[in-house]
Design a protein around this ligand. Structure first.
Ligand code: C6P
Length: 404
């Protein structure tokens, strides 16, 4: 059982007001809020041991290095990576995807095929289109149905001996669909293709085991998991990370530099040029400790309760349509009411202290599929409550009444 009253006390922001009303934060899919235990780690870092890492013999640098590397181990354990050097710190999911897309530019040739899904965030579309432009590779798309589910039979027909890479999100940010990534990975491996899974939206709800999944690359952002912005992780199988060229050149990613030739450092440093987000990395570790102390099964089951409760209540509103009706969903509800523009609903509920996201959610192909400009997206976290959902539903009713 999750003690939501106690948990809410960990999040200072949840006691603030917005427009004279208590904040109701339902924009967790965009970024999650930060508990005091994690904020304290940021304050401690800058108050006590702020220093550059892997470079200094002085005490502060050693302390910061130890904590940064300890965070890498925490992240390794969380995702069950076989080796800590398979965990590469990034600035977030977008950075991780671009690193791999850039790396594959040297491995692909004209006529090779790569597969994306219809359910992707722009971060998992645009870098691959750029890769295809550079290499002459062909981009194929796994289609989806009205429920927002991928058509797996169609996926199988897209896979050929020319398929080199498949990249799909674990969970759709716009609809909440949980994709059958085990099958996607296994089928891709049958034709010898590598698989990158965008775990940005799954990671706050589902603890992915990268070894059990046998996934080649898995990317996440800390800020969706009670951590800070500007930091994330790319998990890559050691054999792939050794095979791919580095993404950026600079300090810390080298073994030796002369004007004739540079040799690269071992993993993970080969992919970590320059001074990293040291505080961010350490804090990401603390955020995972915080979430693991609550437990991902407990989190998922509570959020599922919120999802079912909110879905039933919202569907009672005349003319409200929910986009994304897979029975495998995280706690995300995307909806519209009649022809009302989602932005107008978002603006009215904001006046009532409620934060939701409106628009295309950086997933325009999904909006095109439904022939809509965007949706209102409410996304729940383990610190939200049914009482907040009740207030939200009343606010949406009020907005619908005013706007229709
Ligand atoms: N989605 C949302 O409101 P970054 O910005 O690099 O941390 O994450 C990008 C990203 C990649 N893939 C998926 C599935 C995502 O959901 C996101 C971020 C946020 O839906 C902000 S656009």
């Amino acid at each position: 059982m999750l003690d939501v009253t106690a948990i809410r006390k960990d999040f200072p922001i949840l006691s603030r007001e917005v427009n004279g009303k208590p904040l109701i934060y339902f924009d967790n899919a965009a970024t999650s809020q930060t508990p005091k235990q994690v904020i304290d780690v940021i304050v401690d870092y800058y108050s006590n041991y702020n220093a550059n890492i892997h470079r200094g013999v002085h005490t502060l640098s050693q302390e910061a290095t130890d904590k940064y590397e300890a965070a890498r181990k925490t992240i390794q354990t969380h995702f069950n990576a076989a080796k800590s050097h398979e965990i590469i710190f990034t600035s977030g999911t977008t950075h991780g995807i671009n690193m791999i897309a850039n790396g594959f530019a040297s491995l692909l040739k004209e006529g090779d095929e790569v597969i994306v899904s219809a359910l992707e965030h722009h971060s998992n579309i645009v870098p691959w289109q750029m890769l295809c432009e550079k290499t002459g590779a062909i981009l194929k798309v796994i289609p989806m149905n009205e429920n927002g589910e991928l058509l797996m039979t169609a996926y199988e027909t897209l896979l050929t001996e020319n398929t080199k890479l498949v990249f799909v999100n674990h969970v759709s940010n716009a609809l909440g669909t949980i994709n059958p990534i085990e099958t996607i990975i296994n089928k891709a491996h049958e034709v010898g293709a590598a698989v990158l899974i965008d775990g940005a939206q799954a990671s706050p709800h589902i603890k992915a085991d990268v070894q059990a999944l046998d996934v080649d690359f898995y990317v996440v952002s800390a800020h969706k998991m009670c951590g800070p912005t500007g930091v994330g992780v790319l998990y890559g199988k050691e054999e792939w990370l050794n095979k791919l060229p580095p993404y950026q050149g600079g300090g810390e990613m080298i073994a030796e530099v002369t004007f004739e030739k540079t040799t690269y450092a071992d993993l993970p440093h080969k992919f970590e040029a320059g001074t990293p987000n040291i505080c961010g990395g350490i804090t990401f570790g603390a955020a995972l400790d915080y979430m693991n102390a609550i437990g991902f099964d407990t989190i998922a089951s509570y959020e599922n309760e919120l999802l079912e409760y909110a879905t039933a209540k919202l569907l009672d509103i005349d003319g409200l349509r929910i986009y994304g009706n897979s029975n495998q969903k995280t706690s995300v509800i995307s909806f519209n009411i009649g022809n009302v523009h989602p932005y107008d609903i978002g603006t009215i509920v904001d006046k009532l202290g409620i934060a939701v996201r409106t628009g295309h959610h950086c997933a325009q192909p999904i909006m095109d599929f439904y022939n809509i400009p965007g949706t209102v997206r409410a996304s729940f976290s383990f610190y939200n409550t049914k009482e907040e959902i009740d207030i939200f539903v009343e606010a949406v009713k009020k907005a619908a009444f005013m706007l229709q």
